[in-house]
Design a protein around this ligand. Structure first.
Ligand code: SAM
Length: 242
């Protein structure tokens, strides 16, 4: 997977991406990151990339020409790269979208700042508009990192153990079960007995039930779309009656 990010703060992206799992995958050549500083394509020697909004109002707007020049320089031979504009007005990001985007070979991200970006350049180059949630941040860099991280985990070879993403929250429509590791007792709280029993079928059932219990308590809305078998439904019914 090749990521290209158009941003006014490329160092923020590079620092976040090159740490931990995504950084290691980049070293192995499974992922690559290219950051383009939009300011390098400014119209004047002062590096101006924003201006007052037509029609008045608070704040500044990122100008179309520097962004378009940065895009043109980055896209090379690719006539229409898939370019995601990060915006609170976009489709809300989730695991299913991460899985879909992970199937691409190359993705571009455009990070906005100030009041946002001149609409005309978005019409020209953005193929997708994606939000990371119903709140407003100062810039698109953190959202771009959020997307790249979630997408990267779905790219084969990025997680050491291919099983690691299986069973995780949202992968099967449910929240994941709780996790425990040593010590066996922490502040008087022992690890659930069943997890030390070595009985794989019972452990699997226990985890499934804990996953159902959590989802019912915290995100009952997810249960409407989750794939549930008869045993799951009976367990949920028992919980609801209790
Ligand atoms: N004026 C815009 C509005 O009301 O929709 C908000 C602009 S915001 C202050 C500046 C930039 O941060 C946006 O252009 C976008 O790139 C990014 N941003 C802020 N919140 C975001 C969110 N929830 N998801 C994705 N990007 C976001």
């Amino acid at each position: 997977m090749r990521f290209t990010v158009l941003s006014l703060f490329p160092e923020l992206i590079e620092q976040g991406f090159n740490s931990s799992i995504t950084g290691r995958a980049a070293e192995k050549g499974i992922l690559s990151l290219r950051c383009i500083n939009i300011r390098d394509y400014a119209s004047d020697a002062y590096g101006h990339v924003d201006d007052y909004p037509y029609g008045g109002g608070a704040g500044m707007v990122m100008q179309a020409p520097p962004i378009y020049r940065a895009y043109e320089a980055a896209r090379g031979e690719n006539p229409r790269p898939r370019l995601i504009y990060l915006t609170p007005q976009g489709r809300v990001f989730n695991q299913a979208l991460a899985q879909e985007l992970a199937r691409e070979e190359e993705l571009y991200f455009l990070c906005g700042h100030y009041e946002g970006v001149d609409e005309r350049v978005l019409e020209e180059i953005a193929t997708d508009r994606i939000s990371i949630g119903d709140y407003v941040l100062t810039g698109g860099e953190l959202p771009a990192l959020v997307l790249m991280d979630a997408i990267s985990r779905m790219v084969p070879g990025v997680l050491g153990n291919e099983d690691s993403s299986r069973g995780e929250s949202f992968m099967d429509g449910l929240l994941e079960h709780p996790h425990y590791t040593r010590p066996e007792v922490f502040m008087g709280r022992p690890v659930p007995e069943i997890l030390r029993s070595g009985h794989h079928a019972n452990i699997e059932r226990y985890r499934r039930e804990e996953s159902l219990r959590r989802t019912l308590e915290i995100r009952p809305d997810l249960l409407e779309k989750a794939e549930l078998n008869q045993a799951d439904l009976s367990f949920l019914e028992k919980l609801q009656k209790a």
